[in-house]
Design a protein around this ligand. Structure first.
Ligand SMILES: [Zn+2]
Length: 320
């Protein structure tokens, strides 16, 4: 089972899935998101998502968590209008994205855990410009998004990771993390596993920003999922270098650990005047993978079967 913004469905129905993406990201008084990542036009996003559907895309995980400009009502509307399945996130993003006095800084582990569980079980908070706790919805989150920054697992982040692990143990939903330039991924995985999260329910994102094959293999061996989205991001590396790493993963027997997304911003969506579009993986990257020798069945694993496994609520917790 997976929990989408519309209903719970069998994971076998997910189809081609982007596991880490952004559809709506809004500015609020309590967040400090850079303008270049904002996606605040529902009409434009819907146009982009419809195009994704036209090219065979079926599911998107929106990994904007609590208080970081997430708009779960807009996500539900976009899902209904486009026919694309959307999984929304609870959780908390890196500190940079919130103002200094944000609620989570002073809150205790249990209080944070409660918010995460509540958003998964009963419904997430609506977007509000002034107060992230102002309005409830009955639209449920289906994954927990957490993050570290350049400082790694500081006391603050340990508190957030503990809350996420607890919420996972009580609901069974997966945890997806943000790593800053591929750093501290192994620490994140180890900490979550120590706190009772199954490796199969952990997705470590952006491990392809810096292509360090040793780090990547080390994480894959732990049994977590690695999410790759440094695709068409040429300031880091070219697509071919990305594909060579994927090939190495296939050769080493770790293709079942890879999932993908575009990690979109307004600089990517064509409907916002961006450069490559949400469909880039389908239109351009899959043909490149095939040309460089990655087989159809491996591509299907990465984009269809691995997401089924990574997003599945595999052990339904007492709260769910
Ligand atoms: Zn992201």
């Amino acid at each position: 089972m997976v929990r989408t913004v519309i209903s719970d469905i069998d994971e076998k129905n997910l189809g081609l899935t982007y596991v880490h993406d952004h559809l709506i990201v809004r500015k609020a008084e309590y967040n400090s998101l850079p303008a270049r990542i904002l996606l605040d036009d529902v009409v434009k996003t819907l146009e982009e998502v419809r195009r994704f559907k036209k090219f065979g895309g079926q599911t998107i995980v929106d990994v904007q968590p609590f208080g970081a400009g997430r708009d779960i009502e807009a996500l539900k509307y976009i899902s209904e209008e486009s026919g694309v399945k959307i999984i929304a996130s609870t959780g908390l993003h890196k500190l940079d994205f919130y103002r200094e006095n944000f609620w989570s800084l002073k809150a205790e582990v249990d209080e944070i855990t409660e918010v995460f569980i509540d958003e998964i079980v009963n419904g997430a908070y609506a977007f509000d410009e002034k107060d992230p706790f102002k309005k409830r919805t009955n639209i449920k989150a289906g994954i927990i998004k957490i993050a570290t920054d350049n400082n790694g697992l500081t006391d603050y982040y340990q508190k957030i990771f503990k809350a996420a692990a607890k919420a996972h143990r009580q609901t069974g939903v997966s945890i997806i993390t943000h790593t800053e330039l591929s750093t501290f991924g192994t620490d994140q995985a180890a900490f979550l596993i120590d706190n009772g999260v199954e490796p199969n329910s952990i997705i470590i994102s952006h491990m392809d920003k810096r292509l360090n094959i040793e780090n990547i293999i080390k994480l894959a061996k732990i049994g977590v999922f690695l999410e790759f989205d440094c695709i068409a991001r040429y300031k880091y590396h070219g697509d071919n270098e990305e594909i060579l790493i994927i090939k190495r993963m296939v050769e080493e027997g770790f293709v079942d650990r890879i999932v993908m997304g575009m990690d979109s911003t307004r600089e990517r969506f064509l409907s916002y005047g961006g450069n490559c579009g949400l469909t880039y993986i389908i239109e351009k990257f899959i043909p490149k993978m095939k040309m460089l020798g990655i087989k159809e069945k491996e591509i299907k694993k990465i984009l269809i079967y691995n997401p089924e496994s990574a997003l599945r609520i595999r052990r339904i917790g007492s709260e769910l």
